[in-house]
Design a protein around this ligand. Structure first.
Ligand code: ADP
Ligand code: MG
Length: 760
């Protein structure tokens, strides 16, 4: 049996020179090599009679070398090899450059298989630098050639490591592959999967594309299975920890709900019930609440916080604490505002704690005083920014942590917030990014999920329009008329190219952002793009990147601001907001915009998440085709929060000549149009997320680096059946074999997998 952990340098054909190059491709062991999967296949499956070859055709021919010569051309030091190949139908020339050894390998009379492109010169058709391999007499017309016949794998390559070399390494191993399959025969049959050995053979050398697909399905299943097992184990671990059990007090909760100034939607009630049930358990809740912008998540979390605040402590004193963590100051303020109003009739003390403001509903005192009220347990609901709370606050009987727009908050992070380390606070994390169900089941398999789909009844439907460059005038008139009617307008512009150190590298534009669910924080509010795998390892790059984004933000906004305030709307009040401002500045501007000090607010994506300005009725997005669908939907969610009809205007590129957009994001026009049309067609965030994923593919949608999912598994996220099967299989395996003692191969892979992906 082969040892998959065998270092590649132990393989026959790996020399000292190639070893570092293989390492660069991530290939260190035999396993890595076998799992270095083709990116695509070159189709050389048909052998074409030479007489039938046509210009520009990619073809495989098989025949005999009847003549071969090498010529040297001075002064260019070029060696040209020319061979004449003949089959039953005719003959053709093959030409290679600077590979003199070919003349000694393919001597006259040798039978060869050649694959390449048919070219034309003065003297007729010829094959330009074809791949070649000798045919032994017994496999003339055989299918199992390595380079020239059949579906030939093309691999991710690196300097010095060509697909040809990889084929040369991998092919011989495949023919004598001898490895164990960690899935039993029974389980393979149950899930309709082919064996591991076959899968590896067929993914590298399929006879047909259908075979390649079957192989991919099997290997993707393996990755998904590990992900699911990992999630289930994570859950099991969490269920063994202790939390304060908060009994559900029906009377208290119904009374609170009755006093709300609106009726809860069915989905809100359902989510609240799920959360209250979780709180009763003596182990930590680990729940993600997904709901579109404006779906009313805060009040649901608040219901839980009320229950927590009014439940009895063992000592007889009332109430446990809840902390709400927001990614930005603006959002922390907004939570404070929403919550304060909704609990006005109770005597529950609420505190706000950000770097610019601290107060509680019982004290406007200094920061130290507020912190003391929190530490002695007077303040029951504490609202603040992630950063501040994690480093600065001592709680008193903290039982629930509510987090906005950060999906993962580890058990260790939670435990760090409490003095009594035996009790881990319950976690409710909230996100306005709808995550397609299959993705959620896979990537957040360790979380329970509550989904709020239904919008509150009083919500207006937002009109969404795509504005072509010719419609700009009219759109400006429309904006003017809205302002005249007393409404306010958001203008969003994407980043523009900016150079920080005089180096003209462009900052990635928003179009390159996944626009999908952020793994932590929000990409646009925290600049967490800098967390992408290639930059996070280097703090200097990270800081540099972040700086560049912020500068790019500022520049875009400043230009748009100038244009709008001086040229387009000189008679209106225009304000601006960008990523380089201090949190306090941003909060102030948002607060003043809300009070109506400006008609138009020009901003980058910093206003993306959660800000509530009911009087704003127009969302105008510049270069809308450069944003992801999910992100556009988020922007649109900023409006339509009040009683007035709201409109979202999507300006398409080319419309604004003042902006230079980074070249690399100029993606397929059709795709971006598809996105904008989808946005016009529906306001259902979940539907849009599914569409976004379908249009861009799961990898692009989520970003492979963020999920930790290997490419194959990522691609398989479109396959709901496969995901369900992998989940069921994971359950089955763990119920019969708790510690994977009988699945040593799985156990080992799990450890490997865990060291690659970091969950928290
Ligand atoms: P999000 O889910 O985006 O965080 P919020 O919780 O901020 O949404 O709610 C947006 C606004 O809608 C708040 O002012 C909130 O009080 C209000 N709201 C919440 N639920 C309802 C409802 N069922 N009916 C009417 N208004 C509601
Ligand atoms: Mg919110």
């Amino acid at each position: 049996m082969m040892d998959l952990n065998l270092p590649v340098e132990k393989l026959k054909n790996v020399g000292a020179r190639n070893l570092p190059r293989l390492h660069k491709l991530g290939i260190k062991t035999l396993r890595d090599l076998l799992w270095h999967l083709p990116a695509r296949y070159e189709d050389y499956s048909k052998i074409i009679p030479i007489a039938d070859l046509i210009f520009e055709q990619k073809a495989t021919i098989q025949g005999t070398v009847v003549k071969i010569d090498s010529r040297r051309i001075f002064p260019r030091r070029l060696v040209i090899i020319e061979a004449i190949i003949e089959d039953d139908s005719g003959s053709i020339k093959a030409v290679w450059f600077n590979q003199p050894y070919i003349a000694t390998t393919l001597t006259e009379g040798t039978r060869v298989s050649l694959a390449g492109t048919v070219k034309l010169d003065k003297r007729g058709l010829y094959l330009a630098s074809p791949s070649y391999e000798k045919l032994r007499s017994d496999d003339y017309l055989a299918y199992h050639l390595t380079h020239t016949h059949g579906l030939i794998p093309v691999y991710p390559e690196t300097e010095g490591i060509s697909s040809k070399y990889l084929r040369f390494l991998i092919k011989p191993i495949l023919t004598e592959l001898d490895i164990a399959d960690h899935l039993s025969e029974e389980s393979r049959t149950r899930n309709g999967l082919i064996g591991l050995t076959t899968a590896l053979q067929k993914i590298h050398y399929p006879l047909t594309l259908t075979e390649a697909d079957q192989a991919k399905e099997r290997l993707a299943f393996d990755d998904l299975l590990l992900f699911q097992i990992k999630a289930l184990l994570e859950r099991r671990k969490i269920n063994q920890l202790k939390s304060q059990s908060i009994p559900f007090d029906k009377e208290l909760v119904t009374d609170f709900i009755k006093r709300l100034p609106f009726e809860l939607t069915k989905d809100q009630k359902m989510a609240a019930w799920e959360i209250l049930k979780d709180l009763e358990k003596p182990y930590p809740m680990n729940r993600l609440m997904e709901g579109d912008v404006g779906s009313g998540k805060t009040v649901v979390a608040l219901i839980a916080a009320i229950q927590v605040a009014q439940s009895r402590l063992p000592a007889g004193r009332q109430g446990y604490q809840t902390v709400f963590m927001a990614p930005t100051e603006v959002l922390a303020h907004q939570h404070m505002e929403t919550i304060r109003k909704l609990v006005a009739h109770t005597n529950i003390e609420i505190g706000l704690l950000t770097s610019s403001t601290t107060w509680t509903t019982y004290s406007l005192g200094r920061k130290t005083e507020i912190k003391r009220r929190i530490a002695n347990g007077d303040t029951k609901i504490i609202i603040g920014t992630h950063a501040l709370i994690q480093k600065d606050v001592t709680f008193n009987n903290l039982a629930l942590v509510v987090i906005d727009e950060q999906h993962r908050f580890g058990v260790a992070q939670r435990a760090a917030l409490v003095k009594n380390k035996e009790l881990v606070p319950h976690l409710l994390s909230m996100t306005a990014t709808p995550i397609p169900r299959t993705l959620a089941l896979t990537i957040y398999g360790d979380l329970d999920i509550s989904i709020i789909k239904e919008k509150p009844k009083n919500r207006q439907k937002i009109i969404t329009r795509i504005v072509p460059p010719s419609g700009r005038q009219e759109a400006h008139q429309f904006i003017r008329s809205e302002v005249k009617a007393g409404r306010q307008v958001f203008v969003i512009c994407p980043r523009i190219e900016v150079s920080v150190t005089g180096d003209p590298t462009s900052a990635p534009g928003p179009g390159t952002s996944p626009g999908g669910p952020p793994a932590s924080g929000s990409p646009s509010t925290t600049g967490s793009k800098a967390k992408s795998p290639e930059t996070s390892t280097n703090p200097r790059t990270k800081a540099g990147q972040q700086m560049k984004f912020l500068l790019a933000d500022m520049k875009a906004v400043q230009e748009e601001y100038k244009k709008l305030s001086e040229l387009v709307f000189p008679d209106l009040k225009v304000a601006m907001l960008h990523g380089r401002m201090k949190p306090k500045e941003k909060t102030d501007i948002m607060a003043r915009f809300k009070e109506g000090f400006a008609d138009i607010l020009v901003s980058t994506s910093v206003i993306e998440v959660g800000v509530d300005i009911p009087n704003a009725t127009v969302m105008m997005i510049e270069n809308a085709d450069h944003f992801g669908l999910a992100q556009l939907h988020q922007f649109r969610g900023r409006i339509g929060r009040g009683e007035h009809q709201s409109t979202c205007l999507l300006f398409t590129s080319g419309a604004s000549s003042s902006q230079v957009l980074p070249g690399k994001i100029s993606e397929d026009k059709k795709t971006s149009n598809q996105r904008l049309k989808a946005l016009v067609a529906t306001d259902d965030g979940f539907l849009l997320a599914e569409k976004d994923m379908a249009i861009r593919g799961p990898g692009e949608f989520f970003g492979t680096g963020q999920s930790g999912l290997p490419d194959l598994a990522m691609a398989a996220l479109a396959n709901v059946e496969l995901i369900k099967k992998s989940r069921a299989e994971a359950r089955l395996i763990l119920t019969t074999d708790q510690n994977l003692t009988n699945h040593p191969e799985l156990k080992q892979q799990l450890l490997r997998f865990q060291s690659i992906i970091h969950f928290e």
